[in-house]
Design a binder for this molecule. Structure first.
Ligand SMILES: O=C1O[C@H](COP(=O)(O)O)[C@@H](O)[C@H](O)[C@H]1O
Length: 255
C-alpha cells in the first residue's frame, strides 16, 4: 500500500538542491530522534550530487549524527574504484569525505576492479546479500526499510539504472540486478530494482531541467513503469517529487 505522490516545485535548480538538502537534514534528524539511527539511499546524477554539496554547505548539517547513518546507493556505474563517474566517488567528493561518517556504514556497490572483478552479476548478488544482512524481522523481506530513498530521473524516464523496456524494469524477485547495454553511458551498471526501492519508507524523486519535463508529465500522468520506470518508484509511506520549474513545465496546473 503506497500513498499518492506529492509534488513540490522549486523556482530553479539551486533552490531545488538547497530545499532538498534542508528536508534531508530534517528527515535524518527525525529518524535518529525516534530510533537512534537513520538510513538513506543515495542517487547519482546532477541533482543528487548538488543536494549533497548543498548539505555540506549548510550549517544545519551539524544537527545530523553522521556516524549513525547508513548510506546505500540506488545504482552504480560499474567502473573502477575511484572513477570520477562512479556515483560513490561523486557522493564522497560532495559530502561523505567531509563529514564524520562511520566507514563501515557506507555501503557502496562493488567497483569493476573490486573483489568480483569485471562481473556485474556477482557485484549485484553481493549487494543483494548485503541488503538482506541488514534487514530486520520487522522489515518483512530481504531489504532494510530505508528511511529515505533519493532517486534521480532521466530524460527518458529511467530511475536508478532501471531503463524503459529493459529487463530490470520487469524484475519482480531480485532486489539488485546487473544492468547491461544502458542507453546512457556507461553501459554497465548495478541497480536496485523497483521492488527493492518500494521497501523504502519514503521515496524522493529529484530532478530539474526542461529536458526532463516530458518524462515527468508522463510519470505523474499515469504512465506505466515499463514505459517510464520512475513511475514505479514509490515509498511505503510517502512518495515525493521534488522538481524545479523547468522539469515541472509540462504538468497540469495544480487544481
Ligand atoms: O546515470 C544516472 O543518471 C540518473 C539521472 O541523472 P541526472 O544527471 O540526469 O540527474 C541518476 O538518477 C542515476 O543515479 C545515475 O546513475
Amino acid at each position: 500500500m503506497t500513498a499518492a505522490p506529492q509534488v513540490v516545485v522549486l523556482a530553479n535548480s539551486d533552490l531545488l538542491a538547497a530545499a532538498t538538502a534542508a528536508r534531508l537534514v530534517t528527515k535524518l534528524v527525525d529518524a535518529q530522534a525516534s530510533k537512534g539511527t537513520a538510513s538513506v539511499v543515495l542517487t547519482g546524477g546532477r541533482t543528487g550530487t548538488a543536494v549533497l554539496a548543498q548539505l555540506l554547505a549548510s550549517p544545519a548539517k551539524d544537527a545530523v549524527d553522521w556516524s549513525n547513518v547508513d548510506f546505500y546507493w540506488g545504482d552504480e556505474r560499474f567502473l573502477p574504484s575511484g572513477h570520477p563517474e562512479r556515483n560513490e566517488t561523486q557522493a564522497r567528493d560532495a559530502l561523505l569525505d567531509h563529514v564524520p561518517v562511520d566507514p563501515s556504514r557506507v555501503h557502496a556497490m562493488e567497483p569493476s576492479d573490486g573483489k568480483f572483478g569485471d562481473d556485474p552479476d556477482a557485484a549485484a548478488e553481493a549487494y543483494a546479500g548485503l541488503l538482506a544482512s541488514k534487514a530486520q524481522p520487522d522489515d518483512q523481506g530481504l531489504v532494510p526499510t530505508f528511511d529515505v530513498c533519493l532517486l534521480g530521473v532521466g530524460e527518458e524516464g529511467h530511475t536508478a539504472s532501471i531503463f524503459p523496456g529493459s529487463p530490470a524494469v520487469h524484475e519482480t524477485e531480485r532486489t539488485v540486478v546487473a544492468v547491461r547495454d544502458c542507453p546512457k553511458p556507461p553501459p554497465t551498471r548495478v541497480s536496485l530494482t523497483l521492488p527493492a526501492i518500494r521497501r523504502s519508507g519514503e521515496v524522493w524523486l529529484l530532478t530539474g531541467g526542461e529536458a526532463k519535463a516530458a518524462a515527468i508529465a508522463m510519470a505523474l500522468g499515469g504512465a506505466g513503469e515499463v514505459e517510464i520506470p520512475a513511475a514505479g518508484a514509490r515509498g511505503r509511506q510517502h512518495t515525493l517529487w521534488l522538481l524545479d520549474k523547468a522539469a515541472a513545465g509540462k504538468l497540469p496546473p495544480p487544481s
